[in-house]
Design a protein around this ligand. Structure first.
Ligand code: TYD
Length: 392
């Protein structure tokens, strides 16, 4: 299916600097052979991950807690900290997870191509290099630093188009008993909730256990465990090891069966998803037009990457949404990609509450509802669009 012409999801622009804004066709497809759900065309990664990358992981309190727990779970399955225990993270962002390994005395390395977020990690004493990971880099790192006990990635693996080179690099980089642990938004959740906003330039793949087992299996890695996560509106953590090196948990078989039961292996499921996306779009646009007609003020909450797909697919512009309120300093004072809606800090939201707030950061709803209880108390209402349109 096609969501039409899309800009870079995190490509926030300075006002009046729209010339040359990059667009590509956001068109996902499903492969019945390998079970992969992926984009047909992806912009050059250098257009997305660079020295002005707008996503800083540590801004969310909930994500801080999540990565503390992720690090704890990793420590339980790898050898105790020593000079020999080596933990590597791909796409380590501002060091939100690796800092727990640094503090625990582990030898560690972050590989983060976006220079600005990597600099924040380095400033905090987390060893980080600013490069794209592939087989070639893995060979160089093994020569320089030896093999790894664990390779971690959170919301990163699904960003990398050259997945076979990455999988081959990981297979080469890991010690014989080493583990690859990564998590990403889960296809099963996206289909069940019609959360099509997970589909944007950075997410070249939306993985399932079926597609992960297949893709990494081609490079001698075996899926040995899976654990569902609540982050990003429904994610899956995958644990892999060299084939035969570690026991396979029964969770793997159960999830593979559940995916067949959900129909994730059938083209028909995706045709159904397509019509659900179209319905979601028309419900949301209808609601926003109604509110405008009634003279209500509507503000967006959270200028997420996900919101770029929603805004551009639904063609929602500054006519329907006054501005979007967001905590990220690098986004504030700019306008959103494609639809050019202004982004301001939460101060502007708090100064003069709108009547309705459209929650683009719906995956952080709990944290946000708690933080913004005064908005509700002042009569404000939240508009949600996942899994269905609701005004609460
Ligand atoms: P996230 O769902 O992690 O984003 P993405 O779709 O980009 O993966 O949400 C992060 C964005 O939401 C980020 O721009 C900051 C914003 N945000 C707020 O503005 N206020 C908040 O309270 C929270 C939790 C996030």
């Amino acid at each position: 299916m096609s969501f039409g012409q899309m800009p870079i999801a995190n490509g926030f622009l300075n006002k009046n600097h729209f010339e040359g804004e990059y667009f590509f066709e956001l068109a996902p497809a499903f492969c019945e052979n390998c079970g992969m759900f992926q984009l047909m065309e992806q912009p050059d990664p250098k257009k997305m991950f660079h020295s002005e990358y707008a996503f800083f992981s540590s801004l969310s309190k909930h994500m801080q807690e999540h990565f503390r727990d992720f690090a704890k779970a990793v420590k339980e399955i790898i050898p105790a900290a020593s000079q020999d225990t080596f933990v590597v993270e791909l796409g380590s962002n501002d060091g939100i997870m690796l800092r727990h390994f640094k503090e625990g005395g582990y030898r560690h390395l972050g590989i983060e191509p976006s220079q600005n977020v990597a600099d924040v990690a380095k400033k905090n004493g987390i060893e980080t290099i600013s490069e794209f990971f592939d087989l070639e880099l893995a060979k160089k790192l093994v020569n320089e630093r030896g093999h790894a006990d664990a390779i971690l990635a959170a919301n990163v693996m699904c960003h990398i188009p050259n997945i076979q080179s990455v999988a081959a690099g990981i297979s080469h980089f890991l010690k014989p008993g080493g583990v690859l642990i990564f998590e990403d938004p889960y296809l099963g959740d996206m289909i069940a909730k019609t959360s099509y906003d997970q589909i944007y330039d950075e997410h070249v793949f939306i993985f399932s256990a079926t597609s992960v087992a297949y893709a990494f299996g081609l490079q001698g890695l075996e899926l040995i465990d899976v654990q569902a996560q609540s982050t990003h509106g429904g994610s899956m953590r995958y644990v892999l090891a060299h084939k035969g090196a570690r026991n396979v948990s029964k969770n793997v078989k159960e999830l593979l069966e559940q995916e067949r039961f959900q129909g994730l292996n059938l083209a028909e499921t995706y045709l159904n998803f397509k019509s659900n996306c179209e319905r979601s779009k028309s419900d949301l646009v209808k609601k926003l037009k109604e509110l405008k007609k009634d003279g209500k003020r509507v503000v967006g909450y959270g200028a997420t990457s996900k919101s770029t797909t929603v805004l551009n697919y639904c063609q929602i512009n500054g006519d329907l949404i006054e501005f979007i309120s967001d905590t990220t300093p690098i986004k504030q004072g700019k306008v959103t990609p494609g639809m050019h809606i202004p982004v301001f800090s939460h101060d502007k939201f708090n100064e003069n509450y709108p009547e309705y707030a459209l929650l683009f950061a719906w995956n952080h709803a709990k944290e946000i509802f708690e933080k913004e209880d005064e908005f509700r108390a002042a009569g404000g209402r939240w508009v949600l669009f996942v899994p269905d349109l609701r005004v609460i």
